[in-house]
Design a protein around this ligand. Structure first.
Ligand code: GDP
Ligand code: MN
Length: 391
């Protein structure tokens, strides 16, 4: 789950991370109000969307008058802003963050990630902030500092200091930088984040350290114990296909192909994707119905797969342990009784109550194509998709 920059900054500030003063605004009037609250004669206006690279897309601007603030708000609010990260369709700007400007001496890079390869939380820092860190990593890897944290021990002060030293900071800024790293780590761990990126982390001309930008993403499976974080969710910024599925407690992953997949369990999802590709097709998505899915839940899940415009054929592949094949079959039949599905639907059931499930499908007189094995199912769905679409 993502949150906005201003929300990430407010969260970090609670952990003692220095951020510039600022306020959120949903209209021109509010933006002027926030500018007046901040005082001064210059303000940074920043479009709040779930994306980075806003600066290059015209979403970040230093304004020197109320008129400029109003112009910037007029350009952004209620409009879509497209960055290299959002793709050409862009994301809706519903609010702008009004900030006091910082006098930047040096832009640095700092992030905390969950490194799945080493299974350690890893801190990454670089003197080359403000730009695309992937480019820095590719072209000048020696400018990237990484520190791995053993989760059983946590971040040690010496490690934070080591990182701060690597950033070539003036002596006056070293202590604050070290503390900022430690505080960011606390914010990351205590809020079940899986990414925290401050790009740029700034050294100001008077040797202060501030988080000028902030991005945080969180582990959705932990939201049950992170009520305050869960409240920050902004579904207008998400893929509507995924939001719809998560509202029904289904996990959904959107992909690029044309074959919609409904499965149970992530392992089976992976195997199903592989078999579809092996058979010459491309999955459009996969939707995991989880365990013990009722017929109603199965029907809702198929509807969610159908709601994806890119889907041109559907494969339902269930290996029932806690699930029941008869419930899955009943869900399919119930849905088909309610609505027509004008595309091939291949169903492969295996496991608990499979005979009963197959009987329900057989006796329903629907156009469902049944399959015995996973390979058989993948071949049938790809063949039926090719036949139906002529691709
Ligand atoms: P992003 O483009 O979405 O990553 O947005 P950022 O918040 O990182 O802002 C982009 C760039 O705008 C930064 O790298 C800075 O160079 C510049 N910028 C943002 N805020 C300020 C500020 O207060 N003062 C100055 N001088 N530059 C700023
Ligand atoms: Mn940035």
């Amino acid at each position: 789950m993502n949150i906005h920059e201003y929300q990430a900054k407010q969260l970090l500030a609670k952990f003692g991370v220095p951020i510039p003063k600022g306020g959120i605004a949903h209209s021109k009037d509010e933006a002027i109000y926030q500018a007046n609250e901040l005082g001064g004669d210059k303000w940074v206006i920043k479009a709040q969307i779930h994306s980075g690279a806003r600066g290059k897309a015209g979403g970040v601007k230093l304004c020197s008058s109320h008129q400029e603030i109003e112009e910037m708000c007029g350009k952004l609010l209620g409009e879509k802003l497209a960055t290299i990260q959002t793709g050409p369709e862009g994301k809706l700007v519903s609010s702008v963050y009004v900030e006091e400007p910082s006098a930047i001496a040096k832009e640095l890079y700092f992030s905390i990630i969950m490194d799945r390869a080493s299974q350690y939380v890893t801190l990454i820092a670089s003197t080359e902030g403000g730009m695309n860190i992937e480019e820095v990593a590719a072209e000048t890897p020696e400018k990237i500092i990484t520190v791995s944290i053993d989760p059983a021990v946590g971040l040690q002060a010496f490690q934070a200091r080591q990182l701060a030293f690597g950033l070539n900071l003036p002596t006056e800024a070293l202590n604050v930088a070290t503390r900022t790293v430690m505080n960011c780590y606390q914010a990351f761990v205590q809020s079940d984040a899986n990414l925290l990126e401050v790009n740029p982390l700034v050294l100001t001309e008077d040797n202060h350290i501030v988080a000028l930008d902030a991005k945080m993403t969180f582990d959705e499976n932990a939201m049950y114990r992170q009520a305050a974080v869960a409240e920050l969710r902004d579904t207008t910024q998400e893929d509507p296909r995924e939001t719809n599925a998560s509202q029904h407690d289904l996990s959904y992953v959107g992909l690029e192909g044309n074959i919609g997949c409904m499965i149970n369990g992530a392992g089976l999802a992976m195997a199903t994707m592989d078999m579809i590709q092996h058979a010459g097709g491309e999955p459009a998505n996969f939707l995991d119905i989880g365990g013990g899915a009722s017929p109603e839940r199965v029907a809702t899940a198929i509807e969610a797969v159908l709601a994806d415009d890119t889907v041109e054929a559907i494969l339902i592949n269930i290996f029932a342990g806690i699930n029941r094949c008869d419930w899955v079959a009943q869900g399919i039949v119930d849905l088909l009784a309610k609505r027509e599905i004008d595309m091939p639907l291949v169903v492969r059931l295996s496991g608990t109550n499979v005979e009963e499930g197959q009987r329900i499908l057989r006796e329903s007189n629907t156009s469902v194509i049944t399959a015995e094995t996973l390979a058989d199912a993948a071949e049938k769905v790809v063949a039926a998709w090719k036949q139906a679409t002529g691709k």
